[in-house]
Design a protein around this ligand. Structure first.
Ligand code: MN
Ligand code: MN
Length: 461
């Protein structure tokens, strides 16, 4: 081998480049880990389903239900199920509680199309459900794709879960779009206006009920089917929570199978690694808390969102049970706000500043700050905390990169980080780079999913 020049050696020493994680990675471990992730994606498409799925996973590892006020003991493994929509799993460590808690917070709600309280109607001998979309969607992307229905109907005689359209044997649902032949006017509209909110009506049936004495026969036929399957009436739908999501399953993408396509990677692609990392960290001396939250896509408001006081209450309960001062525990706690970031896309180079963008396969992405315009709404992690976290990752051989969400003036976004920071807890954003974020079918790189698991596990230790 030729000897390196002084310039080459100096360049190696002084310059920084994020690196592709394929070199030296255990590809078999990556693929097998991602099989588990794909199964997790298909099992839970809404926050309620993910909570259920996660409870099954962690119960098998000895986690037991906890409600505020219960007694806690060192070594104990617990989960607080918050209204079936968000979940706090925690494990009491061996070190004094005033050393603080290692926390990870991700979210399990994804953009989708929710049903209105009075959804069912008939028009031109077709039955539809009226919807009100949830989260940031590009509405035109949700037409002309197969949809499945999910949710819960709370009837006077009990609750019934709805899940139909994911299994090949079941029917799917659909939102109509115009054929190009008649889209002359639609073509002239801006992308944001090509399909309106009130056009996102879900096609649910076309067969009339066989009785000449009634009107709205197609609607009646659909109501009869709902009644037969779920025992519900139109009045029961008023309180129901139902939504339509893409019916597609998670699949490998590319000849090399290096990527995964799925609905709702944002943010189950961080929730899953946070759970697996926690289950793997049984030997950690720290007290660990893993939160999978709801309502992030609409601002984290409400009782199942991260702005709810439940986090502060839970930390206080943990502190008091173990003889610690809650304020001291919070001050010494540290958190990873685990949420996805936008991956650099060479098809749309104009919106990115490439040097500060996340590249797929370059590992878990850290973001010191988020926000829009002049960093508005950000929880800016301190230089000290960034360096604390990156040292942990370097020591554990975690491939990581630091990125912003796009060009300064192109928009922006936020995460739950600021709602954790408001509790006097140091927090930094970290996650997986995603292509086509918030589309019905998003893409991530398997290596990055695996690295996120590795990063959170290193932080928990
Ligand atoms: Mn997210
Ligand atoms: Mn999002």
């Amino acid at each position: 081998m030729e000897e390196k020049t002084t310039g080459q050696l100096l360049s190696e020493k002084l310059t920084y480049k994020s690196k592709n994680s394929f070199a030296g990675i255990d590809s078999e471990a990556v693929h097998s880990y991602c099989e588990g992730y794909k199964a997790f994606l298909d099992a839970g498409k809404t926050e309620r389903e993910v909570v259920k799925e996660t409870i099954a996973m962690i119960s098998a590892q000895g986690y037991v239900p906890y409600t505020l006020g219960d007694k806690l003991v060192p070594g104990g493994k617990y989960y607080l199920n918050n209204r079936n929509k968000s979940l706090f799993m925690f494990r009491i460590g061996s070190e004094p509680i005033e050393e603080g808690i290692r926390i990870t917070a991700s979210h399990i709600d994804s953009p989708r199309v929710d049903f209105k309280p009075r959804p069912v109607y008939e028009d031109s001998e077709m039955c539809f459900f009226k919807t009100h979309y949830y989260g940031g969607i590009k509405k035109y992307q949700w037409t002309a794709i197969p949809l499945s229905l999910h949710g819960v109907i709370c009837k006077k005689d009990g609750d019934v879960d709805v899940r139909i359209g994911d299994d090949e044997s079941e029917p799917v649902f659909y939102i109509n779009d115009l054929p190009p032949h008649l889209a002359q006017t639609q073509y002239e509209k801006t992308v944001g206006k090509a399909i309106s909110g009130e056009q996102l009506n879900v096609l649910a049936g076309s067969q009339p009920y066989d009785d000449d004495k009634v009107s709205d026969k197609v609607k009646l036929q659909v109501l009869a089917a709902l009644n037969e399957k779920y025992g519900c009436t139109e009045a029961d739908l008023i309180s129901a929570e139902l939504c339509a999501v893409p019916a597609m399953k998670a699949r490998d993408v590319g000849f090399d199978r290096s990527m995964i396509g799925s609905y709702g990677h944002d943010d189950r692609v961080c929730a899953y690694p946070s759970v697996t990392a926690m289950l793997e960290s049984e030997d950690s001396a720290h007290t660990l808390l893993n939160i999978i939250a709801d309502k992030e896509e609409v601002g984290s408001d409400g009782v199942s969102g991260m702005q709810c006081k439940l986090l502060a209450d839970l930390i206080e309960e943990i502190a008091l049970n173990l003889g610690g001062n809650p304020r001291v525990v919070r001050a010494h706690s540290k958190c990873l706000s685990a949420d996805v970031n936008v991956a650099y896309d060479p098809n749309f180079p104009d919106v990115f500043e490439k040097r500060n963008s996340a590249m797929i396969n370059h590992g878990v992405v850290l973001s010191k700050y988020t926000g829009s315009r002049g960093k508005s709404g950000t929880s800016d992690a301190s230089a000290e905390f960034v360096s604390f976290v990156t040292k942990i990752f370097d020591d554990a051989d975690v491939n990581w990169q630091m990125a912003e969400l796009g060009k300064v003036d192109q928009g922006g976004g936020g995460t739950v980080a600021k709602f954790i920071a408001s509790n006097n807890i140091d927090v930094i954003d970290l996650g997986v780079p995603v292509l086509s974020m918030h589309a019905p079918y998003e893409v991530v790189a398997k290596n990055d999913v695996y690295m996120t698991h590795k990063a959170i596990a290193a932080f928990y230790r």
